[in-house]
Design a protein around this ligand. Structure first.
Ligand SMILES: O=C(O)C(=O)C[C@]1(C(=O)O)C=C[C@@H](O)C=C1
Length: 273
């Protein structure tokens, strides 16, 4: 039986995605923050975890990207999950009694237009479900959580307004993270971490040119600071070629010839839930 970690408490979107993706015979372990979830894989407390990496409205989730790199983990799969966010309050509250909303920052960022329209203040928690739990325990009628319908039902809370995200087509991409690279048969995309050998004008464009010259389509790119000097970055690049695709083998060779540090962070395929 595999042990899988995800962001708790009960009722998070991570939990919903985990339960839909993994088979029934899984031992679930919940942690209080995304970083703790990734650390659990690094420490061997669990075999794998599921964490959100990007959202169609709010963009990339930096705590996941940074944790992935900090703990030197590998992506084994990714999946696309539809997210509907609701304003959830205690039974005696209404949309007009609320002045502050609580949630995890990616969820708050998915509802910016709604929050601005109502001039709500924002306060941050480590998950949507934690925010709902906090609202319930406070018993206050001027605070609300941004969370899922199932967590509202679970705590006997009221949906004050449904579907409050800025766009109804709202999707979050989750990644399954472990310590190993998947078998070649399951590889369709590859995530590479590139640490440029030096700073010079056009370093990123010279890296990207390698992929375009080989006809490899890129699907995602993120730059994160090296943490050593302001203005220096490393790049995570995801592309539509398997690790053992000849073009990808060539790309890695060329990048290494340029003396960039190259590391395969995962080679996997996407599931749409
Ligand atoms: O707090 C949760 O419910 C989570 O699973 C985290 C998370 C995220 O951080 O992106 C996952 C999916 C949604 O985008 C909103 C919240």
């Amino acid at each position: 039986m595999i042990r899988v970690a995800y962001l708790g408490p009960k009722g998070t979107f991570s939990e919903e995605a985990a339960h839909q993706y993994f088979a029934n015979n899984t031992t679930w372990v919940m942690y209080e923050s995304i970083l703790d979830v990734l650390e659990a894989v690094h420490n061997g407390e669990v075999d794998k975890c599921i964490v959100p990496i990007e959202n169609s409205i709010a963009g990339n989730i930096h705590m996941t990207v940074d944790g992935l790199l900090m703990y030197d983990l590998r992506i084994e799969a990714d999946l696309i999950f539809k997210v509907s966010l609701h304003l959830i309050g205690n039974q005696d509250s209404s949309i007009n009694t609320i002045n502050t909303v609580y949630s995890i920052s990616p969820a708050i960022n998915q509802c910016r237009e709604f929050i601005k329209k109502h001039q709500y203040k924002c306060d941050y928690t480590d998950s949507t479900a934690k925010a709902a739990q906090f609202v319930k325990e406070s018993n206050l009628n001027h605070i609300a959580a941004i969370a899922s319908r199932s967590v509202a039902d679970e705590h006997g809370l009221q949906i004050l307004e449904s579907e409050i995200q800025d766009n109804s087509m709202n999707h979050t991409r989750f990644i399954i993270v472990g310590k190993d690279i998947k078998k070649p048969a399951e590889q369709k995309k590859t995530m590479i971490l590139i640490n440029p050998n030096n700073e010079y004008p056009g370093v990123l464009s010279s890296i990207l040119n390698v992929f375009s010259a080989l006809g490899i389509n890129l699907t995602w790119i993120e730059s994160r600071p090296t943490g050593k000097k302001l203005g220096t970055y490393r790049f995570l690049i995801e592309s539509e070629a398997a690790q053992n695709d000849l073009r990808m083998i060539k790309a890695v060779k060329i990048l290494e010839t340029f003396e960039h540090e190259v590391q395969i962070v995962g080679s996997y395929s996407t599931t749409v839930l």
